[in-house]
Write a new protein. Structure first.
Lengths: 141, 85
């Protein structure tokens, strides 16, 4: 299991190759979230962020048969099309990998202490949390 | 009893402060109590820490409710609903 909160860009193929070489892995699902439309600055709560991500990964492990998992979330200045977040999940079969990947993203969006500030033509503004994100996390309960 | 208080994102900007040590008055033992104590500073404090819908809290880096207990040495944080991912 790997959790990283970093400024630097990540590389999907490198992260997939870095998953444990366990021969029981038969499925790898991944998700990348990236910046849409406008540049932004991502702030986070150092310490709590890593703790929250680890707790979310633990929940996923308790619900699905996961063999390995990687969560990388960036912070700092990001521009349109820059990747923000990466989730990679490895399991024996695709069902667990797909479900856990979606669960991790839904929970991350409502539980991990990150905040986006967009640079719009009218000036900088904090992105407001969406009710749809809360509903997406709620459906796993 | 002293606690460390952190402010993030829009809450930090409204308050013009990112962290402080606070000596809690006797009888303040929950997040709700700490919030009332801070709101009593007036102005931006009353505003930024007033609306529960727009505020989230953490104690020792775990999400916490208004009723959560706080004790000496705790790290308490106030911030808006998160928007990562």
């Amino acid at each position: 299991m790997k959790i990283s909160v970093q400024r630097e860009e990540f590389d999907l193929s490198r992260e997939v190759k870095a998953l444990s070489g366990n021969p029981k892995i038969g499925a790898v699902a991944s998700f990348i979230g990236q910046v849409r439309d406008v540049a932004m600055t991502l702030e986070h709560y150092p310490g709590m962020t890593e703790k929250a991500l680890a707790a979310i990964v633990e929940q996923a492990k308790s619900r699905w048969q996961l063999i390995d998992c990687t969560v990388i979330h960036r912070f700092g200045e990001l521009k349109p099309t820059d990747p923000i977040v990466l989730v990679v999940v490895a399991s024996a079969h695709r069902g667990d990998a797909f479900a856990a990947c979606e669960f991790l993203m839904d929970y991350l969006k409502t539980q991990a202490p990150f905040w986006k500030k967009e640079q719009t033509p009218d000036g900088a503004r904090w992105v407001e949390a969406k009710a749809a994100d809360d509903q997406a996390a709620e459906r796993w309960k | 009893m002293k606690v460390k208080v952190l402010y993030f994102a829009s809450v930090r900007e409204k308050l013009g402060k990112d962290a402080e040590e606070i000596e809690l008055p006797a009888g303040v033992a929950t997040i709700a109590g700490l919030r009332s104590h801070l709101r009593a500073r007036g102005g931006a404090w009353a505003d930024a820490l007033g609306d529960s819908k727009l505020l989230r809290m953490a104690v020792n880096q775990d999400m916490a409710k208004n009723s959560a207990a706080i004790k000496a040495g705790d790290e308490v944080a106030f911030f808006p609903p998160v928007t990562g991912g």
